[in-house]
Each structure stands twice: as structure tokens, then as C-alpha cells.
Design a protein around this ligand. Structure first.
Ligand code: NAP
Length: 307
């Protein structure tokens, strides 16, 4: 479908995700006006230099003025304060959405401030890299990835349809889900793996002397992938763990039990237990590849390209 989908969209937060969305919307002419808002003057200047929008402000009330879609692209810990600030400046009929990595907390933090006559459609584009800031974004980030929407029961279908169409037009497949279910699924597929990476890299870091030097030198063997994940933005990930506490702790408990079982198999020389386990995990990898979710990003001097 051609032509602008939105008259005015306000992006609150213009880091990796916000700037990638701005670029994709610009590339495909999806909005007549993109209003960009961020907290710091320096980040705003960077967004302006990159030409990401049509207007720029550090005042979220100014950004949302007259917007038919507000997309919050800031760290989760900033949501409640942003919502409180913009709530009574929203235009009647405005759709408020977001890109946050947890969804129960987003509904908790945003819904008290979305006035009657406006619509809340939380979303999570499941796409990203370990880089942050406006310069890290690229228009292709969302292509062939999933976006999960978690509209509260009774949300106007046209509002859900608008957000769905936006993500589809930047290349995503869209599903709707219950927010608690989203948080459990992402708890195991994204949040726990990050916690494991942060832990293992921290453990290696705490090693003393020669061993620590050799960890870096021989990091090509598996450890390198963990260091990439553990380089992800500290603010964003702090907020994810604090805002998906229950699901992460539940998944961590399951993980710890399974780790103990493997530890036991190694201790008692139970090769068949290890072998059977690794066979099963290899099948999962095959499924991931078959579902085209195993893409990698290659970084070049001109930005990122999908392999
Ligand atoms: P990012 O690159 O660190 O960018 C965050 C942006 O939010 C920056 O522009 C920052 O600007 C701004 N910001 C911070 N506090 C703010 C506030 N109080 N008001 C307005 N703007 C504020 O982060 P990101 O990776 O784009 O992540 C943004 C959201 O996307 C997070 O909620 C995250 O959970 C979600 N997400 C991330 C990924 C990923 O892989 N990165 C994937 C899917 C979803 P200043 O410099 O001005 O502070």
C-alpha cells in the first residue's frame, strides 16, 4: 500500500530503535511529519544532524501536540514519567504505542495517563543489536522480524490496526499476545540469555592474571558471542530485568535446575545424558534456522547490513 499512513508521529526517544523506525518511515514515506523528542540536547543535535525527523524538541508535550501516533522508544524506567508528562497534551483519538522489551510493566506505567478517547497499543519489535544511540539505527532493522502487540482487552480495533500496519510496512510480521505471555516468552528467549552472557563475561573478567589475558586472546571459541551480547546497553538491560522480575526469576529457576542436571551428568561421566541433551538442542537450532530467525548482523563502516 502506498502513501503516508500517519499525518504526525511523535517518537519519544531516538536511540537504536527510535532512529531505525524514523529511517524506515522516511524511506517509505509513512508519515507526513516525524516529530523527534529526546532527553538530552546532545542526542537531539545528533538526530538533527542525521536528518531523522521534521521537527526536534526536548519537550515531549510539544512533540505529541497534534500527533495521531505517539511511539515511546525510551528505556522502560523512563516510561511512567514520560506518560505523566504527555497525558493531557494528547490529541483526541491519538494512539499511544511503544517498543519496550517488557509488556506488563508498560501497561502498568502508561495506562493511568492515557485519557479517554485515546488508545493504548503496546508493542515490541523483536529486533535489535547491541549498539545504541541515534547513529546506530538503520532502516532495515525490522525487516523479516516479528513484532508483538499486547493491546489491553477492549482496545479499539482501528487503533490496533494502525500500529499493526505501521510495523508491517517497515517489514515486520505482527502478532498479538497477552502481555504476561509475552513477558514469559521473551524471558526465556531474550532476557535469560542476556543475563547468562552478563554473568559469564563478568566471571571471566574476575579471573586473575594470565588466565584473564588468555580469555581475551582465545575468545573466538564461543565466548566472543557472549561478549557481544554482554556489550548491550546497561540502562536498557537494567530496566528490563527490573520490569520483568517474575518471569525472569521463574525462567532462571528452571535454568538452574537444568544446569544442575548437566553438572551432575558431567560429574558422574554420564555421556549418554549429555549426548541426548545436545541432540535435542541441535534440533532447536535447526527449527530456528528454518523459521528464518537466525540472521546475523555484519557491521561495516557505513552501518550494519543483514547477512
Ligand atoms: P537507546 O539506543 O539507548 O536509546 C534510548 C533513547 O531514549 C535515547 O535517545 C535516549 O536519549 C532516550 N531517552 C532516555 N531517557 C529518556 C527520557 N526520559 N525521555 C525521552 N527520551 C529518553 O535504546 P534502544 O535500544 O533504542 O531501546 C529503546 C527501547 O527499545 C527500550 O525500551 C528497549 O527495551 C526497547 N528495545 C530495544 C531493543 C534493542 O535490541 N536495543 C530491541 C527491542 C526493543 P538521551 O540520550 O537523550 O537520554
Amino acid at each position: 500500500m502506498d502513501g503516508p499512513l500517519l499525518t504526525r508521529v511523535a517518537l519519544i526517544g531516538i536511540g537504536l530503535i527510535g532512529s531505525s523506525l524514523a529511517r524506515a518511515m522516511r524511506q517509505d514515506g509513512l508519515a507526513e511529519h516525524i516529530a523527534i523528542c529526546t532527553r538530552r540536547d546532545s542526542t537531539l543535535a545528533e538526530a538533527r544532524d542525521l536528518g531523522l525527523g521534521d521537527s526536534y524538541t526536548t519537550d515531549p508535550r510539544e512533540a505529541v501536540h497534534g500527533a495521531n501516533l505517539v511511539m515511546i522508544c525510551a528505556p522502560l524506567g523512563a516510561y511512567a514519567a514520560i506518560a505523566e508528562r504527555i497525558g493531557d497534551a494528547l490529541m483526541p483519538g491519538c494512539v499511544v504505542s511503544d517498543v519496550g522489551s517488557t509488556k506488563t510493566s508498560v501497561i502498568r506505567d502508561l495506562s493511568p495517563y492515557v485519557p479517554d478517547g485515546c488508545h493504548l497499543v503496546p508493542g515490541h519489535p523483536v529486533a535489535g543489536t547491541e549498539h545504541s544511540g541515534p547513529a546506530a539505527g538503520f532502516a532495515e532493522l525490522f525487516r523479516d522480524r516479528w513484532c508483538i502487540l499486547t493491546p489491553p482487552p477492549g482496545t479499539a480495533p482501528e487503533a490496533v490496526g494502525l500500529v499493526r500496519e505501521l510495523w508491517q510496512r517497515v517489514g515486520m510480521s505482527v502478532e498479538t499476545m497477552d502481555p504476561e505471555h509475552h513477558d514469559k516468552v521473551l524471558g526465556i528467549t531474550s532476557h535469560l540469555p542476556h543475563l547468562i552472557a552478563y554473568t559469564i563475561v563478568g566471571t571471566a573478567c574476575a579471573l586473575q592474571g594470565d588466565i584473564q589475558k588468555e580469555v581475551v586472546k582465545y575468545s573466538a571459541g564461543g565466548f566472543r558471542d557472549f561478549t557481544r551480547i554482554a556489550a548491550s546497553d546497561p540502562v536498557m538491560w537494567r530496566d528490563i530485568f527490573l520490569n520483568n522480575k517474575e518471569a525472569v526469576l521463574e525462567m532462571l529457576q528452571r535454568f538452574t535446575e537444568d544446569l544442575t542436571a548437566l553438572q551432575r551428568a558431567i560429574r558422574w561421566g554420564e555421556g549418554d545424558v549429555l549426548h541426548q541433551h545436545f541432540e535435542k538442542t541441535r534440533e532447536i537450532r535447526r527449527d530456528v534456522v528454518e523459521m528464518h530467525q537466525a540472521g546475523k548482523f555484519i557491521y561495516t563502516e557505513n552501518g550494519a547490513e543483514r547477512s
